[in-house]
Design a protein. Structure first.
Length: 88
């Protein structure tokens, strides 16, 4: 089990893949979360008469990066590791 610090890009990429999978996207899809969000929005618009609820769509890439960094930080804190600097 890896318990050391990971590069910020690796944390962001892992978070993006995990969130994409939760919303039916493919891991390592070159389209990215923003394109997946757009596709899900279009699907919802075309299949429903009710307004699209934004909270049902995948996060944007920027929000996913922040979420991933925040979750990584919390896990490291829970594991007793020193405070991390994830600014980049």
């Amino acid at each position: 089990m890896y318990c050391g610090e990971a590069p910020v890009e690796e944390i962001h990429h892992a978070g993006e893949e995990a969130i994409a999978c939760l919303y039916g996207g493919q891991p390592n899809d070159n389209e990215g979360l923003d394109k997946l969000r757009q596709c899900k929005f279009c699907e919802n618009v075309s299949t429903s008469t009710a307004p699209v609820q934004v909270h049902t769509l995948p996060r944007t890439l920027a929000a996913a990066k922040n979420h991933s960094a925040r979750m990584y930080y919390h896990v490291q804190e829970w594991m007793g590791h020193r405070a991390l600097d994830l600014q980049q």
